[in-house]
Design a protein around this ligand. Sequence first.
Ligand SMILES: Nc1ncnc2c1ncn2[C@@H]1O[C@H](COP(=O)(O)OP(=O)(O)OP(=O)(O)O)[C@@H](O)[C@H]1O
Length: 338
Amino acid sequence: MIHINRVKKIYPSKNGEVRAVDSVDLEINQGEIFGIIGYSGAGKSTLIRMLNGLEIPTEGSVTVAGYEVSKIKGKKLRQARQEISMIFQHFNLLWSRTVKENISFPLEIAGVKKLDRDKKVDELIKLVGLEGRENAYPSQLSGGQKQRVGIARALASDPKVLLCDEATSALDPQTTDAILDLLVDINKRLGLTIVLITHEMHVIRKICHRVAVMENGKVVESGPVINVFKHPEAEITKRFVQQVIELEETKDTIEHIVAHYTSGSIVMLGFVGENAEQPIITKLIRSFDITVNIIQGKISPTQNGSYGTLYIHLDGEQKDQALQFLQSQEISVEVIKK
Ligand SMILES: Nc1ncnc2c1ncn2[C@@H]1O[C@H](COP(=O)(O)OP(=O)(O)OP(=O)(O)O)[C@@H](O)[C@H]1O
């Protein structure tokens, strides 16, 4: 659906040139939710803006939904943009128009008749959950509602691709989750391909199938989200994964617990994929003469499986056998205290 081939974007600057995007190759499949994560200045905005022709690559080619957007101009580009919609961090709504009029706007521009427009707007309002707010103005809406208008307006032209430029960065965590759920719902219902950029690993974890990590204009790592969580390779990816896996307080808790238990072992188990849902602890207790205390744990779902960590304390005669059993399972085992 999307082919990004050897793409570079170089800006001239006083101190030489800025390589905003530097030799990026990516393939994004139809129906996929694809995330691009990076810190500020990594080149994410420049890259996503090349997907709808808002930026033209210095080198390389970009094809989206059959349009070579890196080449086309004028009418052809406007036609492509009907199929490649975008939503923004600050919503970009028309403040003097109501919810209904904002959503209707792209249809008016496209010359759709009033009756058909009204029908389509009603459908979209239902789809994004804005029933009852049709006649409100943007200033009367919450951040989450404004983004719902942004999404409905982006979907008015029945696009094949939705680009999301930090679409939840201006929202609080709860509203962020509601908007992310809406994006997953739309992806499933309409089979829409979604490309999003973000600096929050939570967003990637919650809704993306695959992710690319950007640093200094380059993609330093990419793959299915669950694999990236399982084996982050680049230093920067490890930092992003840490953002969601290890809470700061975990370290303190573990130190406290190690000091608290004078006998027995403390083990950290890492679960990824299907085995995150398997009852390994139950098997452990049933098979060995040991006591198991669960100290702390967290399992988080992703779009392609769950991952999580569980800290346990093991004690008893068969402790060593129990440890061997854990090590033979398809989970990662780190003995924190022997
Ligand atoms: N029009 C421009 N002219 C010159 N330099 C630019 C231009 N646009 C972006 N840059 C530079 O390109 C680099 C990548 O910027 P970009 O905005 O794509 O990064 P980003 O990862 O989206 O970061 P942010 O989230 O802060 O926008 C930065 O060093 C930026 O200063």
